[in-house]
Ligand binder design. Structure first.
Ligand code: C2E
Ligand code: MG
Ligand code: MG
Length: 640
């Protein structure tokens, strides 16, 4: 899944927060309206009830005795009625007498504006129901009701049960408004509290988002930085060991299974690492497939043991696929003076050494690694001048046909001779590769080879095909083929005399460029070979697609073969057979014993390169070998 489930989940949380807030506002508004309506209905009922009570208090016949508002009877009636004024919403109460279709105020309890007793009043259609003996209310609810009033009417009967007047109650809605305002304040307060909660949730989610790795959902480097500085402040950081792990050959795995499933694998891996930690330990993804763990001191071996057993399951359309994952790990026990960045540096130095061929996958930091780093700097700084000073020299290691014991080719191998000491390529080539400087050196070696071949041709020495190592970095150069041909043409030598070796680990990442380069070389008649076959990730299917002429089986195969004769030998035998079936020349590297030669004679591989025949030779020594290309018999010490 692209971008990660996590981002999606976070976005969902945001939606949930926003939708909840809106729903809460909507709900508040609806409650406010409904409660308002209920309160008004209730008031209306109360008002009508009150007018009925008031109407019952008044004897219709008494109207005869009330002539003015100064009459005692008036006060009696008023008193009897106004004792109900403690009904909070009652504002005015009045009685009206009906005489010859004329309504006259009898009693008016409006303290502000009392009507003149005996004053006539026009009929209002809304009172009509009251004159027909019913209790009614004159106003329906309107939108502006909050500030207005409405009246309830009840009929007054005389002793003959005839309606002779009415009681009206004016009800102010101000009180309702006040109470609704209170309700509104409560609702607004609740919404505010809820909004604050939402805001806090948002802040939490955002903070969470910023501290979590979007892909694996574990802590990111920002989070581990915070954790480390917190531990440092509390003087606890030195209780931990930093363990920087990554997935061995993840780049290759990623290309093989596809990036989406590579992401899935990373998530699984992160989950696995998280499970490895106990309370108070931390793990974070610091980038790509790199994870930093802060493990409590003393638990390192336990963690490494579990890490080494790692198997992850990937689910595919057609079922599940268990992938065996190997980790590399740089381990550094933290000291009091450290901070996270120094821990990262030391762990990185340690984990980087695991990339060297002979190193374990789990490496504890040692001070010599920092020294190595300084040495690397020294290599980079002095490299340019070294080329100018002619400190780089090309050695030639013969390839031998074991059928006739004759020299049949050679490999050019560079040496750096500095102050009389020889530095082996293993020391400086990885450094130059890291710094991107290897390209220049490879061309230097290749040109030197062409120059030597020219020289030998001119001197009448018959050369053999010489292979030169080209770093995989060259494959990024679109003009590589032209540059190679340009050098060959410059020295006017046959393309038959040169060969380009590419390491197999470059096979996948630069698959297309490799394919094109090999095909260009093929057209130009220049051999290409895959070096160190069996150590990287070339597969036989890659060989089928990429038309290299030669496959060089790595020397590590023979190490196996000697100790565990049966398995190792069977493996080599079969690999050779399969390569031969693909119609490629096979060369076995690192042949050191006669026994190995005897074994290879029984296979389909007849070309070998190894110390048994020759170590890499200086140009002068190799010239001698060219002049006498036959190898004799071996003595007991494997010397010829
Ligand atoms: P490679 O290309 O696989 O070269 C073969 C290495 O195996 C050489 O190591 C050679 O000395 C060693 N070797 C040969 N026969 C035996 C044997 O019988 N036993 C053992 N133990 N080793 C044997 P060297 O010269 O140290 O080179 C190491 C690697 O450095 C080369 O491996 C190649 O990858 C790289 N290299 C050397 N020269 C160049 C160069 O000019 N350019 C580039 N890019 N890489 C180079
Ligand atoms: Mg090689
Ligand atoms: Mg090799």
């Amino acid at each position: 899944m692209d971008g990660g489930v996590f981002r999606l989940k976070q976005r969902h949380s945001l939606y949930i927060v926003i939708v909840s807030l809106l729903s809460f506002v909507l709900l508040g508004t609806v409650i406010y309206q409904k409660v308002g309506d209920m309160m008004i209905d209730q008031s209306k009922n109360n008002a009508m009830g009150l007018s009925v009570i008031a109407a019952n208090e008044i004897d219709g016949d008494v109207f005869e005795t009330i002539r003015s508002n100064e009459d005692d009877a008036y006060y009696e009636v008023l008193e009897s009625i106004t004792k109900y004024t403690d009904y909070h919403m009652l504002q005015y109460i009045y009685t009206m007498r009906l005489e010859d279709d004329v309504l006259t105020f009898v009693v008016d309890a409006d303290p502000e504006e009392p009507a003149y007793c005996g004053e006539e009043y026009n009929w209002l259609p809304d009172m009509e129901q009251a004159f027909q003996g019913q209790v009614c209310c004159d106003q329906s609810l309107t939108k502006d009701r909050w500030g207005s009033f409405f009246s309830a009417y009840a009929p007054i009967f005389n002793s003959d049960h005839e309606v002779v007047g009415i009681v009206g109650c004016d009800i102010m809605t101000a009180d309702i408004t006040e109470r609704l305002n209170e309700l509104r304040t409560v609702i607004i307060s609740l919404i505010t509290v809820f909004a604050l909660l939402c805001l806090m949730a948002l802040i939490f989610i955002t903070r969470d988002m910023m501290q979590k790795d979007y892909l694996t959902e574990i802590a990111n480097d920002g989070k581990i930085k915070n954790v480390a500085s917190r531990l440092k402040k509390r003087n606890r950081l030195q209780d931990y060991t930093g363990m920087l792990t990554n997935i061995k050959d993840f780049k290759y795995i990623n290309q093989k299974i596809g990036f989406n499933r590579g992401d899935e694998l990373l998530r699984e891996y992160a989950h696995y690492l998280k499970q490895l930690t106990i309370r108070g330990e931390y793990v974070a993804r610091t980038g790509n497939d790199n994870f930093l763990m802060l493990i409590k001191k003393g638990r390192e071996e336990e963690v490494l043991k579990v890490l080494s057993l790692l198997e992850l399951t990937l689910y595919e359309q057609d079922g599940k696929n268990v992938i065996r994952i190997f980790s590399r790990c740089g381990i550094y026990p933290i000291k009091e003076s450290d901070n996270l960045s120094s821990v990262m540096n030391y762990c990185t130095l340690a984990v980087n050494t695991t990339r060297n061929a002979d190193t374990e996958d789990y490496v504890w930091y040692s001070d010599s690694m920092s020294i190595t780093m300084l040495e690397e700097k020294e290599i980079i700084n002095s490299y340019k001048q070294a080329i100018k000073n002619g400190e780089f020299q090309v050695y030639y290691q013969p390839k031998v046909d074991i059928v006739n014991n004759r020299l049949c080719g050679a490999e050019a191998l560079v040496r750096w001779i500095k102050d009389g000491k020889t530095i082996s390529p293993g020391q400086f080539i990885p450094v130059l590769e890291k710094e991107g400087k290897i390209i220049e050196l490879d061309f230097f070696v290749f040109e030197q080879v062409c120059k030597d071949i020219r020289k030998w041709l001119e001197e009448g020495i018959v050369p053999v095909r010489i292979s030169s190592n080209f770093s995989k970095m060259h494959l990024k150069n679109l003009a590589l083929s032209e540059q190679v041909l340009d050098i060959v043409n410059r020295y006017n030598i046959s393309t038959n005399y040169v060969e380009i070796e590419l390491t197999e680990s470059s096979g996948y990442s630069d698959y297309n460029s490799m394919k094109k380069f090999v095909s260009d070389m093929d057209q130009a008649g220049i051999y290409t070979s895959i070096d160190d076959f069996g150590t990287g990730y070339s597969s036989l299917s890659l060989l089928k697609d990429i038309n290299v002429n030669v496959v060089k089986i790595d020397k590590s195969f023979f190490g196996n073969m000697d100790d565990d004769k049966l398995n190792g030998a069977t493996l080599v035998e079969n690999v050779i057979r399969m390569i031969k079936d693909l119609d490629r020349i096979v060369i076995c590297e690192g042949v050191e014993t006669e026994k190995q030669v005897e074994f290879l004679k029984g296979t389909e591989c007849n070309i070998v390169q190894g110390f048994l025949f020759d170590r890499p030779l200086t140009r002068e020594q190799f010239e001698e070998r060219l002049k006498s290309p036959e190898y004799g018999r071996f003595d007991e010490n494997n010397n010829i």
